[in-house]
Design a protein around this ligand. Structure first.
Ligand SMILES: Cc1cc2nc3c(=O)[nH]c(=O)nc-3n(C[C@H](O)[C@H](O)[C@H](O)COP(=O)(O)OP(=O)(O)OC[C@H]3O[C@@H](n4cnc5c(N)ncnc54)[C@H](O)[C@@H]3O)c2cc1C
Ligand code: SF4
Ligand code: SF4
Length: 743
């Protein structure tokens, strides 16, 4: 069907008063010769929506362009079956953020329409990728509390499960706990361990196939079509993967200063659990200990060991201390702590330990000496001096959790051939401030991914298999693979169970979406995917390397090949490609470049500079919308071009803008790095990297480097961004007009 674009202009929400609507109609008619141009007093009302619907049904229009409110609102009203819709943001980003009835505001509105009408000429309906059969089985790796909960929940939601456990038994580390920290009111007594009942439930469920003594030796394919090979030689097709490989205790042999290894009476919390489970807690002399000290944060929150808090050790020591104190009220039990981390109802448990006679000492345990009994030297915070605590019969080190994001029993493997994986250090080389210590994987990969970017799951600085999305927990940097439990961050069993449910929900979503050819978050439901024109491809591999999700592999001839259901539709590959041969049906460099060129650039004597703001649709664009909602005003000289991610910004856009006469270009996107992340992990980092290379181009054009800049924006920056924009416009003003204007 031929594309027929229609213009629908709204006069509601003050648009009719603030703008010259007849002049806007003229843009649609005179410049774009649109066959249908309609104005309505309230387009989102029933009558307005019916107007558009009737034109679509009659075939008068195939692609409505709605000049009204932001595309982020009224999405349900302006949604029509089998039709794409474009929106020109005349409300939040024009009349709510600029003075009414002003010449510059009117010019801004007209340019907004020009950009949208031009976008319409380049927009095609996406054809979803739905080749072959899609599997619905879930693979759960790890049979501890997390994996068991995940398997159980997935079956409840109607999915078959393949549960792979490395050891001979299900249950994981919690199998050893006689009692657990209370999760039920009144939160004062150690409770029975819920694990055995869960193991029995899973073992009795016919929809869960359990492979014990097994590991994953190969993971190929993509969401909906993962091909799995296990160490027992069996092969399986699964739709999504839940990683629940848990954690291991921190290596206590590294804690010599705390006496570990010097005396068998210095033990870890895990070793105490073993003694508790045997029913006999004794020292090396075979006697029940009469004086016991727990040392908190043994190797945790310590840059020389584990920099993070392992979150459960405080509650675990309370549990163990109560067990010892209750077994023999004559036993003196001390807990040496820097901070007692017992959030929520765990505070009740802390009080219960005090009531049970446990003595708390606030301070840092600096050393443990082994003489006539054990002595802990405590830098007592309340006394402000070092005090000896002893003689003690038993010292328990509350050691933390180390994530099993690699298989420490398997031979170590590098991330990927040629160390191409930028996830090892997802920060641009040009930016020193973002460089964390490189992560060197210990052990082999757990899933043995057959991906061009290597066999490992990318991990964060502390080795957790998480993408650390602020908004998207459970996700890893590999689509369709979701982590839960302490492999993602330290957590107790109750949190682990919640985590497992969350990860399963994500896994179910990806299975459903993959079968429809639709993306998962953040571009949920997007049916487009990148198509690569191989005739122009120079095999430079930038797309394969820069994809944040490892979605692109290579053929034997070194051509890139997209795995569509791994793709998150960020467009980072499109931004990376130097020959611009990657495009989506509904998003391309050509489309963006045409939109940039659609803006009217006044000549230098008009004293109306034009600044292009390339804004990430996830944070910067909504922050600008919110600025409008709050009626914060900013310069009407900016033209905002929304992009899926700054990663999709191809340098050609900057070239086009500057050679077309824009006075400056601002990239507005998420702050890169693990502490605040781009929605597409490293798209903004890649944009920053690319920007570092623009200086040469500007030099060759004899333009000042200050004409192109990058601004970090978070969704909470609605008050700050208008000021930033005005300051930048003033800066561009001092540089003077772009000499390419009018050429
Ligand atoms: C001493 C101690 C006491 C604790 N006491 C409590 C308590 O009282 N209450 C509480 O809420 N929490 C407690 N916790 C925390 C609790 O144990 C964890 O939250 C919970 O066990 C996490 O479960 P998980 O399944 O994620 O990990 P894990 O229990 O570590 O299980 C992971 C499973 O994955 C398997 N696996 C590992 N690698 C692979 C691989 N490559 N392939 C296949 N399988 C693999 C392992 O064999 C294991 O079975 C305690 C922790 C410690 C250290
Ligand atoms: S870079 Fe983004 S759009 Fe390109 S293949 Fe990877 S996930 Fe998809
Ligand atoms: S970035 Fe472009 S030229 Fe380079 S391999 Fe990918 S498609 Fe080919």
């Amino acid at each position: 069907m031929d594309k027929k674009t229609g213009a629908y202009l709204c006069q509601g929400c003050g648009l009719g008063d603030a703008l010259d609507i007849a002049a806007l109609e003229k843009v649609a008619k005179a410049e774009f010769k649109l066959p249908v141009i309609k104005t309505h007093a309230c387009l989102c009302g029933d009558e307005g929506v019916a107007l558009i619907k009737a034109d679509l049904e009659a075939g008068a229009v195939t692609l409505p362009v709605i000049g009204a409110c932001s595309p982020r609102v009224m999405t349900d009203r302006f949604q029509f079956p089998n039709a794409q819709v474009l929106r020109a943001n005349l409300r939040e980003q024009v009349i709510w953020s600029h003075p009414a009835g002003d010449e510059d505001t009117q010019m801004l509105a007209e340019d907004m329409l020009r950009m949208a009408f031009t976008q319409a000429t380049k927009l095609n309906a996406p054809t979803p990728w739905k080749e072959g059969e899609f599997a619905t089985t879930l693979l759960v790796v790890g049979g501890g509390y997390a994996g068991l909960t995940a398997a159980n929940e997935a079956v409840k939601a109607g999915h078959d499960v393949l549960l792979v456990e490395k050891s001979a038994q299900l249950g994981g580390s919690a199998r050893g706990w006689t009692k657990v920290v209370p999760s039920d009111p009144p939160y004062r007594e150690p409770q029975d361990n819920p694990l055995p009942a869960l193991v029995a439930k899973v073992e009795a469920n016919k929809a869960i196939r359990v492979a014990r003594n097994a590991t994953v030796t190969k993971t190929a394919g993509m969401p909906g079509k993962f091909q799995i090979e296990l160490s027992d030689g069996s092969t399986h097709l699964v739709g999504a993967i839940v990683l629940a490989t848990g954690s291991r205790p921190y290596d206590a042999t590294k804690l010599g200063h705390l006496g570990y290894g010097a005396s068998p009476d210095v033990i870890t919390n895990v070793e105490l659990e073993i003694k508790l489970a045997s029913g006999k807690v004794t020292t090396k002399n075979g006697q029940a200990p009469k004086t016991v000290a727990f040392i908190q944060c043994a190797g945790s929150r310590d840059p020389a060991h584990l920099p993070y808090c392992s979150s459960v050790c405080c509650s675990v020591s309370l549990k163990q201390a109560i067990q010892l104190a209750k077994a023999d009220p004559q036993t003196m039990v001390y807990i040496v702590y820097e901070e007692m981390r017992t959030p929520g109802q765990a505070e009740e448990f802390y009080r219960a330990a005090q009531d049970a006679g446990v003595i708390f000492m606030k301070g840092k345990a600096n050393k443990v000496a082994n003489g006539a009994g054990l002595t802990v030297t405590v830098a007592d915070e309340l006394l402000g001096q070092e005090v000896p605590l002893g003689p003690l019969d038993l010292v328990v080190l509350a050691t933390g959790m180390v994530p099993n994001s690699t298989d420490v029993d398997a031979p170590a493997q590098e991330y990927g051939a040629e160390l191409l994986n930028p996830d090892i250090n997802p920060y641009p080389a040009a930016d020193e401030s973002y460089k964390p210590a490189p992560i060197v994987p210990t052990g082999g990969p757990i899933l043995n991914l057959q991906y061009r970017q290597g066999p490992h799951l990318p991990m964060l600085a502390d080795g957790f298999a998480d993408s650390h999305y602020i908004c998207f927990p459970y996700e890893t940097r590999r689509t369709g693979i979701y982590a839960c439990g302490p492999v993602r961050r330290p957590m107790d069993m109750a949190e682990t169970a919640d985590d497992a449910r969350g990860a399963v929900l994500k896994a179910i979503q990806v299975i459903a979406n993959a079968a429809e050819g639709a993306s998962v978050h953040p571009r949920v439901g997007d049916l487009s995917y990148p198509k690569i024109g191989l005739s122009a491809c120079t095999k430079c591999r930038r797309c394969t390397v820069e994809c944040p999700f490892g979605a692109i592999d290579e053929t034997e001839q070194d051509y890139p090949v997209v795995n569509p259901t791994r793709c998150r539709r960020c467009g980072t590959c499109m931004g990376a490609c130097p020959v611009r041969t990657i495009a989506f049906d509904n998003y391309s460099v050509d489309m963006l470049s045409s939109m940039v060129k659609a803006v009217n650039i006044p000549d230098e004597f008009d004293e109306k500079p034009r600044i292009l703001v390339i804004a990430c649709e996830n944070d910067a664009y909504p922050a600008l919308d919110m600025a409008g909602i709050a009626r914060h005003q900013y310069s009407a000289f900016v033209r905002i071009l929304p992009v899926r991610c700054l990663g999709s910004m191809n340098l050609l856009l900057i070239n086009d803008a500057l050679s077309g006469g824009y006075d400056g270009v601002v990239l507005m996107g998420c702050k890169p790095g693990d502490d605040y992340q781009c929605h597409f992990v490293k798209g903004s980092a890649m944009a920053k990297e690319r920007l570092s290379k623009i200086a040469e181009t500007l030099k060759s054009m004899q333009l000042e480097p200050e004409r192109v800049t990058m601004v970090e924006a978070s969704i909470a920056d609605s008050a700050r961004l208008p000021k930033v924009i005005d300051e930048l416009v003033a800066t561009f003003d001092t540089i003077g007009p772009n000499p390419f204007k009018g050429l």
